[in-house]
Design a binder for this molecule. Structure first.
Ligand SMILES: [Fe+2]
Length: 291
């Protein structure tokens, strides 16, 4: 199945803003450490970086612990995306406009109109109904990554349309009637094995889910990443920057390279692609903060 891609969630200004937050540096301290003027830093954070020379970008990358190639790719507007293939099931991204990008829910099906499993719901019941694949009439379960409106706003409608689908969420997410899934919890459902990775950082109650087909456990897995890892960036460490660093590093280090990453915002990618290109891939290196 050919999957239509979404625009990147983050560009250079967002990457720098998130890296600043993770580093704990002020913009002034970064300017001094990277020998880049504070005006240029402020401009870059405000998406004006035409004047930033490659050497200055490289110094910013070094001062923030980011990869040079990842930062240069963003600055050139040329962050690459991989071809997505090899999943042993059908993946339907359900994308809603959010800011300049998209908020994504994902529906996994067997490609033959059978039962689906939904990950997040997107913000809007109307939008969800409009995007829903006509052939998918039944839903086994809904798994939520975190309880922000752009990810769970249509949960009431999903419950109404697909009762008695069970709802799973991170413990403490505050979703009434949901079953809490802690790190390592495994659910067998509709022929899939869904493993929980507790990934606090963007939010305190935040899970990622690793999805495999139960009868083909060696086939390419899918990571529903929520706001942990994006193509070309990461989710903001708004609850705890240190824990966001640790969880991004854990995912980049520990999952199989072929894993397809389905982020809460922006396009699909793969683990090996992000290891090679993501400016934050340095977090997984030995000695990196959070490694
Ligand atoms: Fe989000």
């Amino acid at each position: 199945m050919v999957i239509e891609q979404a625009p990147l969630e983050d560009e250079l200004g967002d990457v720098l803003e998130k890296a600043l937050r993770l580093s704990g540096l002020s913009a002034d301290a970064l300017a001094e450490r990277a020998s880049v003027s504070i005006e240029q830093i402020r401009d870059a954070l405000d998406y004006r970086y035409d004047e930033l020379a490659p050497a200055a970008l490289d110094r910013l990358a070094a001062a923030l612990g980011l990869s040079r190639s990842g930062l240069r790719a963003h600055a050139a507007g040329r962050y690459p995306l991989p071809i997505i293939s090899g999943l042993p099931f059908c993946l339907h991204p359900l994308r809603s406009p959010h800011g300049l990008g998209t908020a994504n829910a994902y529906l996994v099906t067997d490609c033959h109109g059978g039962e689906g499993v939904l990950f997040d719901t997107g913000p809007s019941p109307v939008r969800l109904r409009r995007m829903w694949p006509a052939g998918v009439k039944r839903l086994a379960s809904v798994f939520l990554t975190h309880a922000e409106t752009e990810h769970v706003g249509a949960l009431g409608e999903v419950r109404r349309l697909f009762a008695p689908a069970s709802v799973f969420a991170p413990p403490g997410a505050g979703v009434p009637g949901a079953t809490g899934l802690a790190d390592g919890a495994r659910i067998e459902c509709a022929g899939y094995t869904i493993e929980t990775l507790a990934t606090p950082g963007h939010a305190e109650a935040h899970n990622a889910y690793l999805v495999r087909v139960a009868r083909a456990p060696q086939a390419t897995p899918l990571l529903i990443a929520g706001d942990l890892l994006f193509a070309g960036s990461i989710g903001g460490g708004y609850f705890c920057a240190r824990r966001q660093r640790e969880q991004v590093a854990r995912i980049l280090r520990d999952l199989p390279p072929a894993t397809v990453i389905a982020p809460g915002h922006g396009p699909l990618t793969t683990l090996e692609h992000e290891r090679a290109h993501n400016p934050f891939a340095t977090l997984a290196s030995p000695g990196a903060p959070g490694a």
